[in-house]
Write a protein that binds this ligand. Structure first.
Ligand SMILES: NC(=O)c1ccc[n+]([C@@H]2O[C@H](COP(=O)([O-])OP(=O)(O)OC[C@H]3O[C@@H](n4cnc5c(N)ncnc54)[C@H](O)[C@@H]3O)[C@@H](O)[C@H]2O)c1
Length: 370
């Protein structure tokens, strides 16, 4: 089958892994790259053997079916709308948009033109999270009733040379930054969220940059940096979540789920690999039978979307899933400021699980038979 053509807009830090991984999925092929900064596009063009063009030129190319939007969060909607307007399918890095209202604009524009919108994170398609999903779906912990999601670090100013955007402006704060991974992983496992309560705090009003040319400079903190809450899922399960840039050390695991017949420890949802532990009589590591659990497979959701376009089925890392995750984030933050429980305005289906027994680069069993 002829691969679908991919054009990348945004040639920054994260673009490398996507461009590298285009080569391992037979259903997609990198065709051209673009950036506001021509030198950034040129560098990737040389590295990956494709032409560097302007974003406008990229959108006019007939050999590009899907545009991969890897620009900074505040450009996601503007660039996304241009992509859809040009009649191309869109797959974007997280967050889908700065707000649920903006995210809806993207999905409505795509629906009006019969185009697809897909979004990171796609780590829930990795071997470890698909293993957890299979264990859950076969009833190995019984009916899931509760869980915890914990992402607590001391703050990105300790390693990032320009950490301003983590503390002020669109997409700032630990929940906006890391929440998409945890919430998407939980929606994959438990289904949509129906209601949330939240509380938030700010550890410090200013942060000091620790590395790079601006080391020693202090920057303002304009958002809560410790956000905690409870998500009630439509299934009835309740999961505590905490995301923080205010914690120097802790010993919680990233994700735990508890059911009527057991419990499960699920690896970091920012990664594709890691061991799932299941507790029936005692904690036991689980065998991974799904592909893409031994490395960084960013772009798996894009490859799945390409396969879904060709085979005319729903794609898994969908715009609807990303919009719902954004709604959970926005609702938790709103609940933290109003002090009330907030009902979610959006919902979505659980993405279909991936089959076991496929190899790296393969999405479904049909490809194996070819
Ligand atoms: N860096 C990471 O580790 C990481 C991890 C996961 C997700 N992400 C996400 O990936 C996205 C990109 O992050 P990054 O770290 O690569 O950022 P970056 O700043 O390194 O790169 C972004 C690139 O987009 C370009 N750009 C900005 N606006 C543009 C526009 N309107 N048109 C064309 N090009 C434009 C910039 O010139 C820059 O080269 C973000 O949404 C981020 O949340 C990053």
């Amino acid at each position: 089958m002829k691969p679908l053509g991919i054009g990348v807009i945004g040639c920054g830090v994260i673009s490398d892994i996507y461009m590298k991984n285009c080569a391992i999925f037979p259903g997609i092929a990198l065709r051209a790259v673009a950036d506001l900064r021509p030198e950034a596009a040129e560098a990737k063009a040389v590295q990956y053997g494709v032409p560097a063009v302007t974003p406008a030129e990229l959108l006019k190319r007939d050999d590009i079916d899907i545009v991969l939007n890897l620009t900074i969060p505040k450009a996601h909607v503007e660039v996304g709308l241009m992509v859809l307007d040009a009649g191309k399918h869109l797959y974007a890095e997280k967050p889908l948009a700065g707000s649920v209202a903006e995210g809806r604009r993207l999905l409505q524009a795509a629906a009006a033109k019969g185009l697809r919108v897909g979004s990171a994170p796609d780590t829930f398609l990795g071997g470890s999270h698909q293993t957890a999903r299979a264990l859950l779906d076969t009833g190995r912990i019984g009916r899931p009733t509760a869980g915890t999601a914990v992402m607590m670090v001391a703050g990105h100013e300790r390693w990032h040379p320009n950490p301003d955007f983590y503390y002020a402006g669109e997409g700032a704060g630990p929940l906006m930054d890391m929440g998409p991974y945890y919430i998407t992983a939980l929606v994959n496992l438990l289904g949509p969220v129906s209601r949330v309560v939240g509380m938030a705090a700010r550890g410090r009003d200013r942060r000091i940059i620790a590395t790079g040319p601006r080391a020693g400079q202090d920057i303002p903190v304009e958002v809560p940096t410790h956000v905690t809450g409870v998500m009630e899922f439509a299934s009835g399960a309740v999961v505590q979540i905490v995301t923080s840039f205010d914690v120097k050390a802790h010993r919680h695991t990233p994700l735990e789920l508890y059911g009527t017949d057991g419990a499960m420890l699920i690896p970091d949802p920012n990664h594709f690999d890691g061991e799932v532990m299941l507790h029936a009589a005692d904690w036991e590591p689980q065998v991974m039978r799904h592909a893409h659990g031994d490395g960084n497979y960013r772009g798996l959701g894009l490859a799945d979307m390409a396969d879904a376009i060709v085979t005319k089925r729903d794609h898994r890392a969908s715009g609807a899933l990303a919009l719902h995750a954004l709604d959970v984030i926005e609702s938790l933050l709103r609940a933290a400021s109003t002090g009330r429980a907030e009902a979610l305005a959006t919902t979505c289906d659980r993405p279909a699980p991936l089959p076991t027994g496929t190899a790296t680069g393969q999405i479904n069993m049909a490809e194996m038979a070819e």
